[in-house]
Design a protein around this ligand. Structure first.
Ligand code: DGY
Length: 339
């Protein structure tokens, strides 16, 4: 009987489906995510690992789990999993692509709108009883329509943001490693610098990797318009937060809205939280009931396929491990869907 570890609570429907497979299912029931030591101890006899962003699934975890065949990440980003280590050990790594693109784009756009139209700060004035007499020059916001949105990373989520921006009559620029065949009305620019110089809003949608860590630093904020707003719904380390604090407090840029930070959770004494022009959300871009349920069910599909010896449907390293996979494909091999 294969054993599956789920490192955080999940929907009853997902737990039920895992158990119905006949596998032994252990669902971590700590108030918080397992620590790294907890994880190393808990994976000893595990065949399938259903992991979350708070788990660093590194070589030490993998070496503590000699039976491990499959790791599924609850999310599209899997930067917390050491894929090179998994490749070396023949372990399949999977994620949940596609289902969260629209929810994430909705949130990115909601953050953009909140910063532009001040639905972020003006309600506080009303609540405090400070709503003053009508003033033609008071409480001025920024239009969304006809402003320029710069999208960094035109993958699934970036494309959904571009579609939303088109509906708001925005001009959309994008910067991506490769120019896209389908551009959703957006205009390609071939340098990040040009995008930053021309945009009123900059929304980040590139994955976190060695190349994108610290991608937005002091030099990049200098290139942005003083009136520009940064939106980050990808991963915290893409932005140098000290440089962001300096840019926001010195007026180098007008505002920032972050769904992701370093660290997470962000401690209450973090300097960014002292700023009126910085809106911070607790990493919730995919957190709608419908989307999180779909993500959970994709994780279930991935992990059940992997422990049964089939290729998981959302495997990101099938090509890399097919020669030495711990999964020995049984029966019909399911076709890989692109991540
Ligand atoms: C994702 O899917 O990458 C979300 O940020 C959740 O981790």
């Amino acid at each position: 009987m294969p054993k599956i570890l789920v490192t955080r609570r999940t929907f009853p429907e997902a737990a039920e489906k895992l158990r119905a497979s006949g596998a032994e299912v252990v669902i971590w029931d700590g108030a918080d995510s397992p620590t790294h030591d907890d994880l190393v101890a808990a994976v000893a006899d595990v065949d399938g690992l259903y992991a979350h962003i708070t788990n660093a699934v590194d070589a030490e975890v993998m070496d503590a789990a000699p039976n491990l065949k499959v790791i599924t990440e609850f999310g599209v980003g899997y930067d917390n999993v050491d894929v090179a280590a998994a490749n070396a050990r023949g372990i399949a790594v999977c994620n949940t692509p596609g289902v969260l693109s629209e929810s994430t784009a909705d949130e990115a756009f909601a953050l953009l709108a909140a910063m532009a139209r001040r639905t972020y700060d003006l309600p506080q004035i009303v609540k405090r009883g400070e709503w003053g007499d009508f003033d033609p020059l008071g409480y001025l916001a920024t239009d969304i329509h006809h402003k320029t949105l710069g999208i960094v990373g035109m993958g699934r989520i970036g494309s959904e943001v571009a579609k939303r921006a088109a509906g708001f009559n925005m001009n959309v620029l994008y910067f991506n490693r490769n120019r896209r065949d389908e551009e959703f009305g957006a205009t390609y620019v071939d340098s990040l610098g040009e995008l930053l110089e021309r945009s009123d809003f900059v929304s980040l949608h590139n994955p976190l990797n060695a190349e994108t860590t610290g991608m937005m630093g002091a030099a990049q904020f200098k290139l942005m318009k003083k009136s520009a707003v940064l939106i980050n719904t990808t991963r915290g380390p893409v932005v140098d937060q000290d440089a962001l604090y300096d840019a926001l407090s010195s007026g180098e840029i007008a505002g920032a809205a972050l769904d992701v930070t370093v660290p997470e959770p962000l401690p209450a004494d973090n300097p960014l939280l002292t700023l009126d022009n910085c809106l911070i959300m607790p990493h919730v871009a995919s957190a709608t009931g419908d989307t999180r349920m779909k993500m959970a069910m994709m994780c279930v599909e991935n992990v059940l396929a992997g422990v049964a010896g089939d290729w998981p449907p959302y495997c990101v390293n099938q090509a890399e491990i097919s020669g030495n996979a711990r999964i020995k494909a049984q029966g019909s091999v399911r076709s890989q869907r692109s991540p």
